[in-house]
Design a protein around this ligand. Structure first.
Ligand SMILES: [Ca+2]
Ligand SMILES: [Ca+2]
Ligand SMILES: [Ca+2]
Length: 154
């Protein structure tokens, strides 16, 4: 409970700095927080408060339809768009941010770069706080691609 409250405060602080409008639309911040919480729960599998590269590997394995150890753009986009056709553009945006070396596949060669991108306080681990900050910023930057959060949660 205390942690959730702390995260809410952090999210509100981030919102007030980056986008004053979020204050007028508190529900958008709520949508983002709910969506991020879902992603966090499925990402931090051992619940130690850190998103490790091993957990990254496990997360992306879900999308590896042909089991070759890499996630192609088509595999990823198909996986996202099949249940959520309105998220097509957003899925390409996400793929591009995951595919750090831009070779059109997500694999082990991208994970160090992705960790660095998400490790906002540069302490070499992606903490829950890093993760929430990273995703909140990303969702704000891409608001037009996911209906300002409305397409993100069921
Ligand atoms: Ca973990
Ligand atoms: Ca890549
Ligand atoms: Ca960190």
């Amino acid at each position: 409970m205390a942690l959730k409250f702390f995260i809410s405060l952090v999210l509100l602080a981030a919102a007030s700095v980056k986008c004053a409008k979020v204050h007028e639309h508190g529900s958008v911040a709520d949508l983002y927080e709910r969506a991020i919480t879902e992603v966090w729960r499925s990402s931090d599998r051992n619940e130690d408060g850190v998103f490790s590269t091993r957990e990254m590997l496990l997360s992306f394995a879900n999308y590896d339809n042909n089991g070759d150890g890499r996630v192609s753009r088509k595999e990823y986009v198909d996986f996202v768009v099949h249940p959520n056709p309105e998220l097509k553009e957003f899925s390409h945006y996400l793929f591009n941010s995951y595919d750090v070396n831009s070779d059109h596949h997500i694999d082990g060669n991208d994970f160090d770069g992705l960790q660095r991108a998400m490790d906002l306080d540069h302490d070499s681990v992606v903490s829950k706080l890093d993760f929430y900050h990273y995703w909140y910023q990303l969702l704000q930057d891409t608001a037009h691609l996911h209906g300002h959060g409305t397409h993100l949660t069921g």
